[in-house]
Write a new protein. Sequence first.
Length: 251
Amino acid sequence: MSDRTPAGQFLDAAIGLLRRLRDEEDGPMAAAGTMIADTVADGGRLFAFGAGHSSLAAQDLVYRAGGLALMNLLTVPGAVGVDVRPATLGSALERVDGLAGVVLDSSPLREGDLLVIISLSGRNALPVEMAVKARAKGVKVIGVTSVAYAARTTARNPSGTFLKDHCDLVLDSGVTVGDAELTWEGVPTPFAPASTVVTSALLQAVMATAAAALAGRGIEPPLLRSGNVDGGHDWNAHVMSEYGDRIFYQH
């Protein structure tokens, strides 16, 4: 066992996962940033979806200081976050066949848009069907998942496939199957999940790439500023006015 404290071991594990992203996912991250920049330049809209704790990384992209103002949260009532009772309802909804189609049909998504779907395991019906049906609408899909699940678990949806099988581009977070980085004497099960910090960092790296790509084309990226710095609210009001037809969280 390492001489490091549990906190130190967890941070080492997270740093290791982040280093893997930097060294092994640079190409896919660059491609994802380009896809997002293409969508913005072509007049498309941006959306992000995640169920359960995967929704945290999706929410981190929306209405975020330093982030693209055009990223909108696609929500499934009861499946995003742990604010429903019982909390297990959210997990159950991820396995309901047909729910994704109902959600997409009532959403503003249309051909030419881009949807980021975040699912650590990528095995449940909701993210898989969402990817399939979104692409059928002409929406580009970027999947963010841990590809290892496809080798070490079975699919839990009628198609028998995983999220990674239905995306225009896949970003592999590399997070451990089971999302627990530590074992410890006297602790009966692995613990300390790292998926949130790793997935959020991965997606912020992609968004940074997209912003730089837009600037490289001579397009000012529609970025938000913090409302806690002088002039931030005025800046954001201007951006939201200019791009109001592509921003849905302000209505």
